[in-house]
Design a protein. Structure first.
Length: 216
């Protein structure tokens, strides 16, 4: 692990703090279900990193990267999932009501909150990350640079993914807590409707853009 690895650590940090679909999903779930749901969403998205790392180590990401058909299937699934989540937010905004499953987890310790909502939020974050072909491409491109010694592939992969996981969890948790502090403002009917419209529209836009991307 030399200077190249540390440069990649910096790249991983920049990727974490760059707003994207994970950030939009955290914002959406904090607004709908509370800050703990936002934290669960972020942790779920970060757990998806280990799936991509495992696929890369096993060589399966190479299949997705170099097989146009496999890449297209993953891309379409990810795009449809994002459009579905965005459409739910838009529907909630247009109806002017909270979605049926949007039970806030505020006011309760994390481990005593509404576990069904926390599990749902975690699953949404996890699936959003796992179905993101951009992460597949990133890991397949980055991990060979991280692994200097083939005999240390597991150690170096865990080091890199662990670093990105910790940074991403800290960042998304702080984001959820900050959004939670102003949630009472976000939930004002007029502001909430506008925010749901914006976040829903952005998620649909992410999904459409993802669907239109060509395989690398």
């Amino acid at each position: 692990m030399d200077s190249t690895l540390w440069a990649l650590m910096g790249l991983a940090f920049l990727l974490v703090i760059t707003p994207g679909q994970d950030t939009m999903l955290v914002l959406r779930n904090v607004m709908l279900r509370g800050k703990f749901a936002g934290i669960a969403t972020g942790v779920g998205a970060c757990c998806g990193l280990f799936v991509h790392a495992a696929l890369s180590v096993c060589g399966l990401s190479a299949i997705l990267l170099y097989s146009a058909a496999a890449f297209t299937v993953l891309k379409v699934l990810g795009a449809c999932y994002l459009v579905y989540l965005g459409a739910r937010s838009l529907w909630g905004a247009w109806k002017g009501a909270v979605l049926p499953d949007a039970v806030a987890c505020e006011g309760a310790p994390l481990l005593r909150g509404n576990f069904r909502q926390l599990r749902r939020a975690w699953g949404e974050g996890f699936m959003s990350n796992v179905l993101n072909p951009k992460v597949v491409v990133f890991y397949l491109a980055v991990l060979p640079q991280v692994i200097g010694d083939p005999s240390a592939i597991i150690r170096d992969t865990l080091f890199f993914v662990g670093f990105q996981f910790v940074i991403a969890v800290i960042y998304l948790t702080l984001l959820s807590l900050c959004l939670g502090r102003v949630r009472h403002v976000l939930l004002r009917p007029v502001f909430k409707r506008r925010l749901e419209t914006v976040t829903g529209g952005l998620m649909v836009a992410f999904g459409v853009r993802l669907a239109m991307e060509q395989a690398p």
